[in-house]
Write a protein that binds this ligand. Structure first.
Ligand code: GLV
Ligand code: MN
Ligand code: MN
Length: 399
């Protein structure tokens, strides 16, 4: 028997930074170490492993060529200073659920796979859900291969450095056609389950969300000699932008009409204590419960501080299969149905026409994308039990 808590413990030291958070970026030696763990764990269960053209890993129980597969999985990469559960909980739970099914002698009538999507967070190159977006063909490979990390390394160069062929990336319709249903288990990233008796919830939809870039140009000068009245300091516009994001989203955000806006990343040139910056680039992450609210929110932020916001990625509402969500909620003792403001590969697959569901495991801190992200051991095990029940249900019947 493989225990999900033990599995997570096996990778607890990989990619941990000095702050206690994780830095598990795509196309790094850390990703390679995690991939080795994935491959070894799959091998110990007798699963065959494959890395697809886009860098996503698949562990197969049964023959992929039979098609009609039930796929579970998530990702192993993290945001900078990320938590231990966002992604890895889904992968480890998938292994534990498959191990338990094998131990109990379950004989699926269709292949089961555990997928580990690459670069879900976009922590290095800025585009979230890179592996699933490439696989489903919703991003143009040539554009994506030119994205640069903070050191100016392009995605194509990073792929070369890790022995991968960038010419091979792109839509993989054959793989998509093989998938009957995708179920992603994920740590809950908010507080919806905290005060309930439920360790597990069922996802219904992902709010519309996106990332916008703002380039603010000023005039570089000496911090000591430039008179205050003579300055053109782009940091003042940045301050106004940060304030506008907080105020405009805060005006709207409520349980019935969620709206969130964050400036979480800035680049300052030249970034010297004693120089007025020449240029500042900031990234706005904005999300809302509906498209109209999101569009109005981003417009209001831009207008109120007089900046232009350039959409770098934007994702409309993504809904999971309604009948399936209802069925799974019933199967799991009336598990609560819940929507989420976080993006997931499951949303990308759903948009591509795959029947998709998500399970969320309670997070006692309600915090995510930070080291405080958490899940009780008993809830992790309840998540595995739920996932196993779902996989058995889906893999024993042909629909
Ligand atoms: C991914 O976790 C996102 O929602 O940004
Ligand atoms: Mn995340
Ligand atoms: Mn995630």
């Amino acid at each position: 028997m493989l225990d999900v808590v033990d599995l997570l413990e096996q990778i607890v030291g990989i990619g941990k930074d000095r702050t206690g958070g994780y830095r598990r970026f795509a196309l790094t030696d850390t990703e390679r170490e995690l991939a080795e763990w994935f491959d070894a764990t799959a091998a110990s269960l007798g699963l065959s492993v494959e890395c697809d053209r886009n860098g996503n890993r698949w562990a197969w129980w049964g023959n992929p060529a039979d098609g009609d597969a039930i796929v579970t999985g998530s990702h192993l990469d993290s945001v900078p200073r990320g938590g231990a559960f966002d992604g890895p909980l889904g992968v480890a739970s998938g292994f534990a659920a498959i191990a338990s099914m094998k131990d109990r002698g379950v004989q699926p009538v269709r292949p089961i796979a555990l997928a580990c999507f690459t670069d879900e967070e976009g922590g290095r190159f800025g585009l979230a859900c890179l592996g699933s977006r490439l696989m489903t063909g919703v991003v143009e490979p040539t554009r994506v291969l030119g994205l640069r990390d903070d050191d100016g390394i392009t995605l194509a160069e990073a792929m070369h450095a890790q022995g991968r062929d960038p010419h091979l990336v792109g839509a993989d319709q054959a793989r998509l056609a093989d998938i009957n249903t995708f179920v992603e288990l994920h740590v809950e990233q908010g507080r919806a389950l905290i005060d309930t008796e439920h360790a597990v919830g069922v996802g219904t939809r992902i709010w519309p969300h996106g990332r916008w870039r703002c380039d603010i140009t000023g005039r570089a000068d000496h911090a000591g000699t430039a008179r205050m009245v003579d300055r053109d300091d782009p940091m003042l516009t940045l301050a106004a932008l940060i304030d506008a994001a907080h105020v405009q989203a805060g005006r709207i955000d409520s349980p019935n009409r969620p709206a969130r806006a964050t400036i979480g990343r800035v680049q300052i040139t030249p970034n010297a204590i004693n120089a007025i910056p020449a240029v500042v680039t900031a990234w706005l992450d904005a999300r809302a419960g509906d498209e109209q609210t999101l569009t109005a929110l981003v417009d209001d932020i831009a207008r109120s501080c007089g900046v232009s916001l350039l959409a770098e990625s934007s994702t409309p509402e993504q809904t999971f299969d309604r009948p399936l969500a209802g069925h799974l909620s019933g199967l799991l003792a009336s598990a609560p149905l819940m929507d989420t403001g976080a993006g997931h590969d499951a949303g990308v697959l759903s948009d591509a026409g795959v029947r998709t569901a998500m399970l969320f495991v309670r997070n006692p801190t309600g915090v995510s994308h930070a080291p405080e992200e958490s899940a009780e051991e008993s809830d992790c095990r309840a998540g595995v039990e739920a996932l196993e029940r779902v996989l058995v249900d889906l893999s024993l019947t042909r629909t």
